[in-house]
Write a protein that binds this ligand. Structure first.
Ligand code: FES
Ligand code: MG
Length: 594
């Protein structure tokens, strides 16, 4: 196959191996004959124009990304304007809230499918249509593995939701509404209406959930045009951005600017710092670890605390703050945040981006347009807003988002003057989300304000793909007494739209016989945030005996697979602290060049 490493004129384009290969005229004729089928002319296909894929994630099954079906028209016009040929094709759908058992199962599936499409077809570059939570990492991961020129286009958030004069944000309003429902302040119909108010238009979640986080980080990594991540889906600017994205990818092919030129260690470190400043999702460490491994960058989980924990929260978006997506865009979006961080020397300004300029050239000096929404560095919403990385005898690694610790939570658990960052209590353990839903409100379970709630069986193997269930609410009888949150720990994930300061993504999970598998309801657990530890106060001998007994029974039990992919992924997937990727896939890197 043609080697596109050399800076090229049209004759070295990758697609020429299909459409203009004098050494194999038989195959060339076959390829040409069939691609003429949808209306391209011989002249176009043999013109030496770059052929640009549009990896389409929008569909009726993926409402968050559905607007990409409209935007694709403008992408095509941009590609054509710049002298390229557009070929649009579907990506396996991933819709965060509708996919059973969890959309987490599908990230690696969409990744695999897109790797095959990018590698196996005559594409010189690709536009990645990102949006809903897992679509962004799945597409970036595939582009990293194949390593042809790639540019991401966010579909953009929904418009702000409103209810009785207050902003209602995606997901976040669900967590609030279910507490009001449990407290009897809302009936079922009122609850549904309240939640529906948060979704007034096309686009993805308008809170700083995983979708806004991952698109902001795609921009911070340099994979998206500067200033584009935050543009709301229905705004005209979004259409304009689609056009410019289409134009730009053609030049990226001509410049041979590839993911491996952009996704450097500096880019990942920038993304970690930006994630703290935006109050980004707890799913980000999983997805960035996955992306880093597929592009061959070493990004240990500890980097999140080392580089990110001390960074303050600047973006005042729900769930950590008050505002929503439209406000974020109007306040300046990612460049305004990066500019503040550049001012403190926290950004590698030399990191390359898709527009051919560096992060510093794109963002230095960009002003904040509304300081209520994006705070200047000197007046942050919260200090030390990044993640803590915790470990102990229950797991090797887990993270905690400290920016969402409420005053109520702090005064209940973190205010002992002799031990200010530590607390302990008896635990109640749930085995998977169904067990939690069945038993949480049962007074016989004995949950008190001192209880620590544990969720296990919810990791990449146990609940295939890892469920977003660690943010458990207290029982209704405690909520009515004013206890709005209990400490939660688990081997599952948590929605990025949740404001719970849970300890999550615990690795290894119970299903892989991590320490959580050995925990019993009633055990006392001590959490020490300063030391970064979570330990069950049970002797090593007792834990060893429990382990031996559980192993004798065949290990921690989890439900059988329901589909072929669940079984395949369970056999191949790694743990969340290292990205939960298909372990055998990591060795395939930069494969378009092989
Ligand atoms: Fe798709 Fe939130 S559910 S972006
Ligand atoms: Mg989610």
């Amino acid at each position: 196959m043609t080697d596109p490493k050399t800076p090229h004129g049209p004759s070295t384009l990758r697609s020429r191996a299909w459409f203009d290969n004098p050494d194999n005229i038989d195959m060339t004729s076959l390829y040409l004959e069939r691609y003429l089928n949808f209306g391209l002319s011989l002249e176009e296909l043999r013109s030496g124009k770059p052929i640009i894929g549009i990896a389409q994630t929008g569909s009726d099954l993926s409402p968050c990304n559905r607007h990409h079906l409209v935007l694709a028209e403008r992408i095509r016009e941009g590609i054509r304007e710049a002298g390229g040929i557009a070929i649009e094709f579907p990506v396996h759908p991933i819709q965060e809230t509708g996919k059973r058992p969890t959309a987490g199962l599908d990230r690696n599936l969409a990744y695999l499918g897109l790797v095959e499409a990018l590698y196996g077809y005559p594409l010189d570059g690709v536009v990645l249509t990102t949006g809903c939570d897992k679509t962004t990492p799945a597409l970036l991961m595939a582009a990293a593995t194949v390593n042809i020129p790639a540019i991401a286009l966010s579909v953009g958030p929904m418009l702000n939701g409103w209810h009785k004069g207050e902003r209602t944000g995606s997901g976040t309003i669900v967590w609030k509404g279910r507490q009001m429902l449990a407290a009897g302040e809302l009936d079922d119909e009122g609850f549904i209406k309240l939640v529906a108010s948060s979704a007034p238009s096309t686009g993805y979640c308008n809170t700083m959930g995983t979708a806004t986080t991952m698109n902001s980080l795609a921009e911070a990594l340099g994979m998206m045009l500067p200033g584009s991540a935050a543009i709301p889906a229905p705004y005209r600017d979004r259409q304009e951005c689609a056009y410019h994205t289409g134009k730009r990818i053609v030049d990226m092919v001509r410049e041979d600017l590839k993911p491996s030129d952009i996704l450097t260690i500096e880019a990942f470190h920038n993304a970690i710092v930006v994630n703290s400043a935006i109050g980004g999702s707890t799913n980000a460490p999983i997805h960035l670890a996955a992306l880093a491994r597929h592009v061959g960058v070493d990004l240990p989980l500890d980097d999140w605390q080392r580089l990110g924990h001390k960074v303050p929260l600047l973006v005042n978006l729900q769930p950590a703050g008050e505002y929503l997506g439209e406000d974020y865009y109007r306040a300046g979006g990612v460049p305004a945040v990066v500019s503040q961080l550049i001012g403190q020397g926290l950004i590698h300004e030399g990191a390359m981006t898709v527009n051919g300029k560096t992060m510093g050239e794109n963002c230095r000096g960009v002003e904040i347009e509304d300081e209520k929404v994006i705070r200047p560095f000197a007046q942050p919403l919260k200090e030390e807003a990044g993640f803590l990385v915790l470990s102990g005898n229950l797991f090797d690694a887990a993270i905690m988002k400290t920016s969402v610790i409420s005053e109520e939570f702090r005064s209940r658990y973190l205010s002992n003057p002799n031990d200010p960052e530590a607390f302990e209590g008896p635990c109640v353990v749930f085995d998977g989300p169904e067990d939690y839903h069945h038993r949480i409100d049962d007074p016989a379970v004995g949950i008190t304000p001192e209880t620590l709630l544990f969720m296990r069986g919810a990791g990449p193997i146990g609940y295939p793909g890892a469920a977003e269930v660690v943010n458990m609410r207290p029982p209704a009888y405690l909520i009515t007494e004013g206890v709005s949150a209990l400490p939660c720990v688990g081997d599952g994930r948590q929605s990025g739209t949740s404001g719970s300061p849970s300890i999550l993504n615990a690795s290894p999970e119970a299903a892989a016989m991590g320490g959580l598998a050995l925990l019993e309801t009633g055990d006392r657990v001590r959490i020490d945030l300063r030391a970064g530890t979570v330990n069950v106060l049970v002797s090593d001998e007792e834990l060893a005996a429990r382990r031996a007994a559980l192993e004798a029974k065949g290990g921690y039990p989890y439900p059988a697979s329901q589909t072929p992919w669940q079984e395949i992924q369970r056999a191949l997937v790694g743990q969340m602290n290292t990205g939960a990727i298909l372990e055998g896939a990591e060795k395939y890197q930069r494969i378009a060049q092989t």
